[in-house]
Design a protein around this ligand. Structure first.
Ligand code: CA
Length: 223
C-alpha cells in the first residue's frame, strides 16, 4: 500500500512517515503542492494524505487538480482548519476523510486502514444485477456474459445507478457525478447518455421515474 504524504511541517512529517512505515505502509513524502501533483501524475499513490496549508499552494487546489486529472484513490486531509465550512469544502473538493490537527498518530493509522479497506473492496468489486455485470476495477461491462463497449460517461452513469440499485438517482445527482469526474455537463447530458445506454442494455433495465430521475431495480441476484 503506497501512501503519498504531503506535509510541509518537517517534524510532523518525519513522525508520520515513521509511524506509517512501522505500520507496514510504503511512504513517499513531499512538502509542496507542485511536487505532490508531479508525484501523483508519475505514479498514483493508493492513498493520499494531504495537508492544506502548503508553502506554494492551497492543499484544496492540489486536491481539485488531482481529482480533475483522474486521480480517484482515497484522500485524507490533514489540517489545523477544523471548522465545519472547511470540512465541507474539503469533502466537496473530493476528500474521503478529514483529520484535524493536533491528532493522535493511532487515529491517523486507523483512518488510513479504513480507507485502505474501502479501496480493497472497490478494487475487487463486481456488481451484477440480472444479466448486467460491471467490474469496477477493469471498467468492463457484460450483458449475459458478452462484453459491451461504452463511453466513459455511460460507464460512470451505469455504475452510479447499479451501485445504488433500488434507489432513485435524480438527474441532479447524476449530473453532479459526471461533473465531479471532471466532465463538462450541459443541461441534457444525462438524458442523452441514458438514451444511449439503454440501447446497449436489456429492455427496462434503467427505468425512468417521471419528473425525478432514474432507477435500476435489483430484482434477483447480487454478487
Ligand atoms: Ca502546513
Amino acid at each position: 500500500m503506497q501512501v503519498l504524504l504531503v506535509e510541509d511541517n518537517t517534524l510532523l512529517a518525519i513522525a508520520i512517515v515513521k509511524a506509517l512505515k512501522t505500520a507496514g505502509f510504503s511512504v513517499n513524502h513531499v512538502e509542496r503542492g507542485k511536487l505532490a501533483l508531479a508525484a501523483i501524475s508519475t505514479s498514483a499513490p493508493d492513498l493520499l494524505v494531504l495537508d492544506l496549508g502548503l508553502p506554494d499552494q492551497d492543499g484544496l487546489e492540489v486536491l481539485k487538480v488531482a481529482r480533475k486529472s483522474g486521480f480517484s484513490n482515497p484522500v485524507l486531509i490533514l489540517t489545523a482548519r477544523d471548522s465545519t465550512p472547511d470540512k465541507v469544502q474539503g469533502l466537496d473538493a473530493g476528500a474521503d476523510d478529514y483529520l484535524a490537527k493536533p491528532f493522535e498518530i493511532d487515529e491517523l493509522l486507523a483512518r488510513l486502514r479504513a480507507l485502505e479497506r474501502r479501496l480493497g473492496n472497490v478494487k475487487s468489486h463486481t456488481i451484477a444485477i440480472d444479466d448486467v455485470e460491471i467490474d469496477t476495477n477493469s471498467h468492463e461491462v457484460t450483458v449475459a456474459g458478452a462484453g459491451i463497449t461504452m463511453s466513459r460517461r455511460e460507464y460512470m452513469l451505469l455504475k452510479a445507478l447499479m451501485e445504488s440499485a433500488n434507489k432513485i438517482q435524480t438527474r441532479d445527482a447524476l449530473d453532479s457525478k459526471l461533473y465531479s469526474w471532471g466532465e463538462e455537463v450541459s443541461s441534457n447530458t444525462v438524458e442523452v447518455h441514458i438514451h444511449n445506454l439503454r440501447k446497449k442494455l436489456p429492455a427496462g433495465f434503467i427505468q425512468t421515474v417521471r419528473g425525478v430521475g432514474y432507477i435500476v431495480r435489483h430484482q434477483s441476484k447480487q454478487v
